[in-house]
Write a protein that binds this ligand. Structure first.
Ligand code: ATP
Ligand code: MG
Ligand code: FE
Length: 335
């Protein structure tokens, strides 16, 4: 199966061609980070305009790099949601036009299923599997008993992990997206400011808004006293709290559900502190742990193509009435 996948849910315009669910024939990502930086985040109108300008170029480049014609393909896949509705629609309309013009079936993919299936690009998934999804808009623990089966056993009650990273970065005067900056600064620190951990008792839910407020208050109080903060120590204190909570809850869930494999997914899974912590803990526990290579942690179309291949094989098909679903739930496609 040869699938052309398209992703435009947020601020990267991406297209990829994937063979048999794991082989990356081509992978093109056009990021808008440079233009969004000026605004300290993603402005939906600007994102949409960028996608319009880039989408045809990116699709043509994916085909050219693969040295392929549309007639070589078996299907077109596209992110259906969640995401910014205006951004999603540009990918969806491009996918529909491409599918219609070339007589190909179309498959609508959930963006988070895509993040999870980024792992299938590097290793076969083994079930039952636990996925820690940590991205700009999501933080959840997802239990998978087989391909296409998703059970959300815990999720954030307020901010997503990536969102918290980006907000704390702003407090420390770091540009958008802040995650990589906080990560780097945390590693440069020799000491850490102590910030709280939100355990939420026995639940697998998460909360990051209290931690975010603690960082803001700390900065505010230091400013009031005319004292200088040490940004690296703030970054480390924040990251230590996030990583400890994510690691502890993921480990507890992995044991409770007796999973064969744990994976991490989403932009924050690019975080060095988090990767190291999860690797150490699961190595010790003797549970297999995988995380995608850095460039497949943040948004890309290869991951959409990987998920789409399993959907395509399960007989899932969309049609030309497909619409952007900004609040799409992560529902199973198996059964
Ligand atoms: P969603 O996938 O929930 O719809 P999104 O697509 O905007 O949201 P991703 O592209 O998966 O999110 O991830 C982007 C987020 O990842 C940003 O918040 C960014 O700061 C964060 N991020 C990227 N690299 C790192 C890092 N090394 N450490 C921490 N966070 C990081
Ligand atoms: Mg992004
Ligand atoms: Fe994403």
């Amino acid at each position: 199966r040869l699938i052309l996948a398209i992703e435009t849910s947020c601020d990267e315009t991406a297209a990829a061609i994937i063979r048999n669910g794991s082989e990356i024939v081509s992978n093109v990502v056009s990021s808008q980070i440079e233009s969004q930086k000026r605004f300290g985040g993603v402005v939906p109108e600007i994102a949409s305009r960028h996608h319009v300008e880039q989408i045809t170029i990116v699709i043509e480049e994916a085909l050219a790099k693969a040295n392929m014609q549309p007639s070589d393909l078996d299907a077109v896949a596209v992110t259906e949601g969640p995401g910014l509705v205006g951004a999603l629609l540009i990918g969806i309309n491009a996918a529909k036009a491409f599918a219609f013009a070339n007589g190909l079936p179309i498959v609508g993919v959930h963006h988070i299923a895509g993040h999870i299936y980024a792992n299938a690009l590097v290793q076969e998934m083994q079930f039952p599997l636990l996925a820690l999804v940590v991205s700009g808009g999501h933080t959840e623990l997802v239990l998978m008993r087989e391909h296409g089966s998703f059970e959300v056993i815990g999720e954030t009650r307020d901010d997503a992990a990536g969102e918290a990273y980006d907000k704390v970065a702003r407090v420390l005067n770091m540009p958008y997206p802040g995650g990589p900056h906080i990560d780097r600064m945390a590693h440069e620190a020799t000491a850490a400011v102590e910030f709280p951990r939100a355990w939420l008792e026995d639940s697998y839910d998460f909360s990051f808004s209290g931690l975010k407020s603690a960082v803001i208050n700390y900065k505010h109080n230091m400013d009031q006293r005319g004292e200088e903060i040490i940004p690296e120590q703030v970054a480390k204190g924040f990251q230590d709290s996030v990583v400890e909570v994510l690691t502890t809850k993921t480990l507890r869930a992995a044991k409770e559900f007796n999973v064969k494999q744990v994976i991490a997914a989403g932009g924050v899974s690019a975080n060095k502190g988090l990767r190291t912590s999860l690797e150490e803990v699961f190595e010790k526990e003797g549970i297999e742990f995988t995380v995608p290579p850095l460039k497949f942690c943040t948004d890309n179309a290869a991951m959409i193509g990987a998920a789409a291949t399993y959907m395509y094989d399960a007989g899932v098909r969309g049609n030309l009435a497909m619409n952007g679903l900004p609040g799409k739930e992560l529902t199973s496609w198996s059964k």
